[in-house]
Design a protein around this ligand. Sequence first.
Ligand SMILES: [Zn+2]
Length: 316
Amino acid sequence: MLGLSAATILALIIGLQLIGRLGPGSDAPGTATDGRTTDAATSSSAGSPTPTDPPPTAGAPSATPRPKAKPDRPNRSLKGNSLYAVDLDGTQVRCGITVRPAKPPVRNADLAPYLRSLVKCLVKVHRKPLAARGFTVTEPRIKVYRSTVRAACGRFDQKGAPAYYCSADQTIYWPASRDDGREAYTFARLGYTALLAHEFGHHLQAVTGMVNEYGRRYAQAESPGARYQLSRRLELQAQCFEGVFLATVARSIEFSAADRAELRIWHGFTGDEDPPDRREPDHGTSAAQLRWLARGLDSQDFGRCNTWNAPRSEVK
Ligand SMILES: [Zn+2]
């Protein structure tokens, strides 16, 4: 699996369980973060395009100057990515999607078609604004699986996480039966929508080149602590991207104060600190997850999602 031109592989997760801890069970080779929250396995080849060097750190993300994007040659780095120039503030996109709660779960046979309809909306929201900055937003594939599945990033099973993203094959892997259980996301009306938006957030990190630099940095990190911090920045950024999307389709999905409250409750169970045993600090605390989600929700501005320039205290 790692055979593909020395692919650097990462597995990220958003493991949202109300009860029970996911074991470190993810078999995904090259997993950057294992266990519960695995939701994205990303891969970049050693021969990948070299991102430009990140600009000097500008302190808080809000203080980050907007990169001057040249559509023909976008900045593909983590800190200075041209994506940060995309601000959807005030934009509302209608996709005609139907919000379906995960309780009762969508029938397994209907799950993939439903998730695909959501993905089409995610692509619709992002394609044009990112094209203006030189990025091509492809449509990730959806693979609903039972038991285990072999991806370009490795093997996923049903235990590791509610969903995975693999950048090597640009596919979102969705275990068929997770929504029958007690995953925290299944208790929110927007569970499917928001979780898929998070996974799509990793896809955006892939198509904007950020995953390449992430993979390189991850491979070079000299301590578990450094790797965890990279993982948290990646995951919290996906939270922020999720927020941008939800806000941009807010009218269409009838996003309400109750939905926001449910998101809060959901993420109250997904922090690295809860429960304290067998949890790895790879996704951030509940407070950090909510803060970055809110940044995206409240601003619709990718420029507010620069976790890579944020001080460490913001990505705990
Ligand atoms: Zn994730």
